[in-house]
Design a protein around this ligand. Sequence first.
Ligand SMILES: NC(=O)c1ccc[n+]([C@@H]2O[C@H](COP(=O)([O-])OP(=O)(O)OC[C@H]3O[C@@H](n4cnc5c(N)ncnc54)[C@H](OP(=O)(O)O)[C@@H]3O)[C@@H](O)[C@H]2O)c1
Length: 323
Amino acid sequence: MLSRLPSARLARLPPALVVRPMNATPASAGSPALTADVRSAAGLWPILLDIAQARRAGGVPVLPQDTLTWASNMGWQLQGRWDAQALELFDLFKPLLDLRPERAAWVIAQLGQSLDGCVATRTGDSSFINGPENLLHLHRLRAMCDAVIVGAGTVAADNPHLTTRLVAGPNPTRVLLDPQLRLAGHLETAHVFNDGQAPTLWLCDARWQADAVAQVGADRVLAVTDLLRDDATLHLAHAVTTLRSRGLMRLFVEGGGVTVSRFLAQRCLDRLHLAVAPIIIGDGRPGLRFDGPARLADCLRPHCHVYRMGPDHLWDLDLRTLA
Ligand SMILES: NC(=O)c1ccc[n+]([C@@H]2O[C@H](COP(=O)([O-])OP(=O)(O)OC[C@H]3O[C@@H](n4cnc5c(N)ncnc54)[C@H](OP(=O)(O)O)[C@@H]3O)[C@@H](O)[C@H]2O)c1
């Protein structure tokens, strides 16, 4: 159960910031309703999934009566009475649900980090920085997106499944961002190549395409022309365009720090969720790091909301508001 920040702290927050508590009750574990006419987050989650899935199919969702309505100037609106947790869940996913068909492409990232900005210890241990409430949120993000993208370092360190096993909802396509096939030595043990849970794409620079196809087959390779520049930086807009040409419109960049930083620095993110946990790691693997401006006045200061998520605070940053 989550609680609101103390009001004394609210008063010190900058005007662009709104603090909201955030429900962490699993869709499958919540009580169905507080009373006969107050509905819960457990009842809302499948409706949100229906909206996202109808959009994917280019259709219009058929929703239970008096739950949500669409207005062209306001997007989706909740109807009737919902408990606080449902309202919070709706708030957090509304920006994604409101995307119009002609603007259906979207890139969101999440990082779970310590108070001192690390996403893992120096040995790569990151299980778990955040509490179970944030893990649930991570799985909800996967369920809402067409593809989940991770860097090669994350696959090497964590060997993740990248599925939605904690929530109702489809598994996304798993995309491993690995321009030069650094994961070649991990193919036999990597869950994403062996668990059969969802499609996996090895996303590499076109110069390594033949090599990749020889190792995992053409259907598992997505080659991007000029992904790797001569100076060894990545041209991520090319990667995003290539994924969209495959119908993968809603992209979730799940880590690690290097990969999310690259997407942020290249302005390839629409939204960023930073889940800050009350832990101090020290000389760990860094979260966001990139060549920033010299002047504080030129630094990124996105519009944001803060949600209390169990022991953590989730910073929901709207990066489309940046100049
Ligand atoms: N807390 C969280 O939210 C979160 C989420 C995901 C991961 N993690 C943790 O973050 C760490 C990984 O993130 P990251 O920022 O280091 O990398 P990353 O973003 O996952 O992947 C990109 C980086 O990994 C390097 N790399 C490529 N192949 C590698 C290999 N086989 N072994 C090791 N590194 C390789 C890449 O080097 P090149 O550019 O030279 O190829 C690049 O610097 C892990 O410890 C993981 O547990 C935390």
